[in-house]
Design a protein around this ligand. Sequence first.
Ligand code: SF4
Length: 343
Amino acid sequence: MRLILESKFQSLLLNWYSKNARILPWRSKPSLYKTVVSEFMLQQTQVKTMLPYFERWMRLFPSFEALSEANESNVLTAWAGLGYYARAKCLHECARGFVKNPVNSYRQWLNCKGIGDYTAAAIASIAFDEAVAVVDGNVIRVLCRLLSITESFKTKEVALKIIRPIANQFLSKTNPGKYNEALMELGAIVCTKQKPRCEVCPVKSCCKSYQKDTVHLCPHFFQVKRTCCTMQRYWIRDTHAFLLEPSTVGKVFRNTLQGLLELPIMTPQRMSVVGLGKLIFTGKRSIGPKDFIEQIYSPQKQVNSQSLMSLPEFSNCVRVPFDQRQRLACTGPHKRWISKLLQ
Ligand code: SF4
């Protein structure tokens, strides 16, 4: 019975995809490099957001060779705005490794830094037609709905463990790359998290949750509690330049923001040097399960950013002339906030 369902699902899905796939830059004239870059960028970012970054990236670094020769600061600057900068570093490292020692299989991709199961499966199946299923939140959702799996998952990892064998069972062994792309496409534009478009869904005739009216119950996750904390920072500028420092929250969150610049954090030592002026901006950002309210203060005293840097309290800061700010490897929220503060 299952086999009939699997082959019906595959054929409906592939048929739909062949006529409805979105035209995306990594799908026209596909290449291994385009697949790898797009998969890295899509790890935590939606297609709509990453499209302009992808196009620009291809102009700046059109091949593994070009990327491997680029310096890290240019790579991070090109990535700025996509968030989770560890991905940019890993992609850079991956290009350097690939140029010396090309890899092709799922197992080999899995050994590359920053590449997990999902990305390795996507690259191996799309670029090398290896029969390995991609499994991420989208795939979990589609398959849970397809089979009406209503059990509650404690975490995404638990769901992955349960759904991965099912995903491999449903995978088309003759056309795994296109099947994986089609499944991801279905999850992205039809079987969406909110308001799935069941009426126009190409696989509704074999979807158990559609038939049983359990779509709204699948998949079900226990709620994760979010936490929130407040941080204070300085906006220290003079007539030509302002100060930034390497990210401090990066150390807390598995170095995801390591190496990127942010506004200097307010410490008691720094406060004793420049004082505490007005609260001039409040921003909010989220990293993983944590929300940050960031309050940005001006110093109380008139400052000269150049001379401040000779003091131990500001010795790790960098001085950025206004006209060079666009080229900065800065975290996304801070880049946006700095633009507002300079207006
Ligand atoms: S019928 Fe609805 S729930 Fe089932 S796969 Fe299609 S969009 Fe998802």
